[in-house]
Design a protein around this ligand. Structure first.
Ligand code: ADP
Ligand code: ASP
Ligand code: MG
Length: 860
């Protein structure tokens, strides 16, 4: 074949290094690439390069510019000229910075400008004609690679190294394939490489190669299609039958999902050729779908590395993929193991259309599928996925969105007669779909993987439109609505890689309770993740005036500072942000005490957001609102928990629920529900004035700023209403008679100071009641009562025998007793403990958040 033995050996020891667009996006980066290539001690180093990408956001990407310019010219838009100017500026300034040798610079610029001028003339012609051709487009778009390959070779020479460059169109011969890609003609390409090698190779020179471009057997310039420089690298690796291939890009390796879209995506240490192929085919654009094929042919190891983080080992892609130990123990968390994961990655194709050919006339008729796919192929459409129900009643397949019309038209034509005769009932295109593919060689023969996938999608309320799994079992593919694809990706990824339950949290009201909750969550995040696979991501915090939103997760160490510097609050934006957040499940926690905030619950629940709150306003507000809220919540399969509305963290609401769910019948709930009033009456003793204790309590911060808010009994009445409704009573807050402890004449007094000043005048009222109670061996307690049997609720000052549990209370504790069918003779069920304060209230709210997680399937 015209090459001598020594040359062949060098070629077999060749190393192909491919550099993506961002790696050669600026002069500094190109310089670094050249240094890396020059360091190589292998006898033959090939540097396969892309066109210049971008180094800083907003700069032009060379391939995109060339494609844009072609489209503009063909559409008679003269702004193509600006695209060319951008290209000129970018390359001239880069060459100026790199080519320190004047002769090198002059030579480079002369060729570059002459090619650019040729392009200018061609664009002018296209502009006049108002149309372009594919062949012209392919010729134009390949210039970016020519310009970088030449520039790199010249730079190496300026650095004192030896370098030559290849226009890959002189070597690589490809033919178009039916799926819209290209097949390599290895015989012709090999012969071309031999010839080039013999005529041009210089010993010890780095060989710079243009990625992406090739030619047809007829000699017409073409490309390997977008992202094709990876494919070029493996083709050259195969042609030289080299030792290894490195693909340098801008991420640490192949990730379990696109790291731009899935925050917790993991970098994979190794994957098989097949897995890489499946991931790339189903949309992981880190690799061209065909990249692995040439490497696989000769079993050449490929490594994907991050040019911007050269310490990272990258992902190695090779033939085998060992089955992990214990792979059959699916259902636990084995998929999280660092190596040998069952599911390697999840990729999506965002824009597809699902075409369904339906009809009873297809059953048992041989050749229908053939006719369907033949006509789709002839229409030039590529079928991405096929699914056929075993009844043969329908064949359904997915094509890229832009090919859908052509496919449907072709099918209507092919089946014209069958449609007229009713054998085919319809050919239906479902638009705006996306494909999600879960890929992993080790899924093969492992039970339970698809169950995990579908369970995760169900929990995220994602509807699966179609399913396909090939016999190779390397991937499970599902079609979902385009609107759901992000949610589906997050849910599936979370299930296999992160935590069983990932949940976004939006917090309203970062006051004392809200703040404490965030601190408690911060302290538990790691334990929840490690032990229960629960991942709580706080994505939004809003108060009345300020609002902090984060595309990722808000850092709970620094949130207060970030919140202080955040923008203006807007409930619509807040809601949308939580809805758009990446986790498959979302929860809004309302730690405000606001009516206005509570008015949003219905909207939130109906949109699929779970709600957790210590805010009493919704559940003790108008009955009609409450009933509608519950009905929306049930119908939207969302969760609404409010344990901390009564007794802070004490299990009051959940106790009532437990009893009722277990078939018990609650007869009566009675309790001291107000920490403040509990404190006041526990401290009240003969000889001490009521007003003094109120003043003390106020001083100690046990009361609301206006103690009348506690003394009025309204707060207790709200709790009574909440519990009454929990027991099935249809009670309005106004139905609950309240014995207010605020003396009648002081109810309308303007200032708190004046109220406190006047209060001692009424000490006698309470004193009288207290003395009467004491004389009977009893004590006064301010209680709320739900009398389920009578269908009433009340809030009043009552007397209890000195040995009654209510009379034993200390400090500001709450105590609540449940009398029921089961808890009667042996005494009531009593819950007692601190029922107010930020820690315990936040604890109750946190408990509810975790309850949502448990309902969503977090392990217990
Ligand atoms: P290059 O210019 O080096 O070819 P690309 O932009 O074409 O780089 O491909 C790298 C990008 O692919 C990454 O920045 C990443 O956002 C995206 N990507 C998509 N899916 C994956 C995945 N599974 N693993 C890694 N990167 C992915
Ligand atoms: N420059 C080409 C593209 O942008 C090829 C590549 O970068 O891989 O598609
Ligand atoms: Mg690429």
């Amino acid at each position: 074949m015209g090459r001598d033995r020594g040359a062949k050996t060098d070629r077999e020891r060749a190393r192909s290094r491919r550099f993506g667009g961002t790696c050669v996006g600026s002069a500094e980066r190109i310089s670094g690439v050249c240094d890396l290539l020059m360091k190589n001690d292998s006898p033959l180093t090939m540097g396969i390069v892309s066109a210049m990408g971008v180094a800083t956001k907003g700069e032009p990407k060379v391939t995109d510019c060339l494609i844009n310019a072609t489209d503009m010219a063909a559409n008679r838009d003269d702004s193509y000229v600006e695209e060319l100017t951008k290209l000129e500026d970018k390359h001239v300034s880069t060459a100026k910075a790199l080519l320190t040798d004047k002769a090198e610079y002059d030579a480079y610029i002369e060729t570059f400008l002459s090619e650019l001028n040729d392009l200018r003339s061609m664009f002018k012609a296209i502009y006049i004609a108002g149309c372009s051709t594919d062949a012209f487009g392919d010729f134009v778009v390949g210039h970016g690679e020519l310009w970088t390959a030449r520039l790199c070779a010249a730079t190496i020479r300026c650095k004192g190294g030896k370098a030559i460059w290849i226009d890959a169109r002189d070597i690589l011969v490809v033919t178009p394939s039916e799926d819209g890609g290209v097949d390599v003609n290895y015989n012709l390409s090999n012969a071309n490489l031999d010839k080039w090698y013999d005529e041009n190779m210089q010993e010890g020179a780095v060989v710079m190669v243009t990625g992406f471009i090739a030619r047809t057997p007829e000699g017409v310039p073409t490309t390997l299609k977008r992202n094709g420089s990876d494919y070029s690298a493996t083709i050259f690796g195969a042609l030289t039958q080299g030792k290894n291939i490195t693909i340098w890009t801008d991420v640490d390796g192949v990730f379990s999902a696109d790291p731009r879209r899935v925050k917790g995506a993991r970098c994979l240490s190794s994957i098989s050729y097949n897995e890489a192929w499946e991931l790339a085919y189903f949309g992981a654009n880190v690799l061209h779908p065909r990249t692995t094929l040439p490497a696989m042919k000769y079993n050449i190891p490929v490594t994907l590395r991050n040019y911007f983080n050269q310490d990272a080992p990258g992902t190695s892609i090779g033939m085998t993929c060992p089955l992990p130990a214990g792979a059959n123990n699916i259902g636990k968390y084995e998929t999280r193991d660092a190596n040998g994961d069952l599911v390697k990655g999840i990729a999506t194709i965002d824009d597809v259309c699902l075409i369904n050919v339906e009809g009873t006339g297809m059953v048992g008729v041989p050749g229908t599928a053939n006719a369907v796919f033949k006509s789709v192929k002839e229409a030039g459409c590529n079928v991405v996925m096929i699914s056929q129900a075993s009844s043969e009643h329908s064949i359904c397949f997915a094509v890229r969105a832009h090919e859908a019309d052509a496919a449907v038209n072709a099918l209507n034509k092919t089946f014209e007669k069958a449609i007229a005769a009713g054998r085919i009932s319809r050919i239906h295109a479902l638009e705006d779909c996306s494909i999600l593919a879960v890929v992993g060689q080790n899924m093969c023969q492992t039970p339970g993987v698809s169950a995990m996938l579908f369970e995760s999608l169900a929990q995220a309320a994602v509807n699966v439109i179609a399913i396909a799994q090939g016999a190779s079992e390397y991937n499970i593919t599902v079609v979902v609505s385009k609107n759901d694809v992000n949610k589906a990706l997050q849910a599936a990824h979370g299930r296999f890689y992160l935590s069983k339950t990932a949940i976004s949290v939006g917090l309203v009201g970062p006051g004392l309770v809200g703040k404490t909750l965030l601190r408690q969550m911060k302290e538990q995040l790691e334990t929840l993740q490690d032990e229960f696979q629960v991942e709580l991501r706080t994505v939004a915090i809003t108060g009345g005036r300020k609002m902090l939103l984060s595309d990722g997760t808000i850092d709970l160490d620094t949130w207060e500072e970030d919140y202080a510097n955040s923008g203006a609050a807007n409930m619509g934006e807040f809601t949308q942000h939580v809805l758009d957040s990446e986790a498959p499940n979302r929860i809004i926690v309302d730690c405000s005490a606001s009516d206005e905030v509570a008015s949003h619950y219905k909207e939130w629940l109906s949109k699929g957001l779970h709600v957790v709150t210590p805010n009493k306003k919704a559940n003790s507000g108008p009955l009609a609102f409450y009933k509608e809220l519950r009905s929306i919540q049930r119908n939207s399969y969302t969760h609404y928990f409010y344990e901390a509305t009564v007794g802070a963290g004490l299990p009051i609401v959940s106790t009532a629920r437990c009893l009722l769910d277990a078939g018990d019948k609650i007869k009566r709930i009675e309790g001291i529900f107000s920490g403040t009033l509990s404190y006041i009456f526990n401290t009240l003793e003969p000889g001490v004035a009521f007003s003094d204790i109120v003043a003390q309590a106020k001083e100690a911060g046990y009361t609301e700023p206006d103690p009348r808010d506690d003394l009025s009994g309204m707060d207790v009445a709200r709790k009574v209403t909440i519990l009454a409704r929990e027991c099935g009573l249809e009670l309005e807050l106004s139905d609950v008679p309240i014995q207010s402890l605020v003396p009648e004449p002081l109810r309308d007094v303007e200032s708190v100071e004046e109220f406190m000043k006047e209060l001692p005048k009424y000490d006698g009222d309470i004193l009288k009641q207290q003395e009467a109670a004491a004389a009977a061996g009893e004590v006064l307690c301010f209680v709320g009562v739900v009398d389920v049997e009578a269908g009433t609720g009340s809030v009043e000052l009552r007397r209890y025998p000195a040995d009654h549990p209510f009379a034993q209370l200390k400090g500001s504790d709450n105590i609540i007793s449940f009398t029921s069918r089961y808890y009667t003779d042996a005494g009531p069920l009593v819950v007692r403990g601190p029922g107010a304060g930020a820690e315990v209230t936040a604890g109750g709210v946190f408990g509810d958040i975790l309850r949502v997680c448990a309902y969503l399937g977090a392990p217990s």
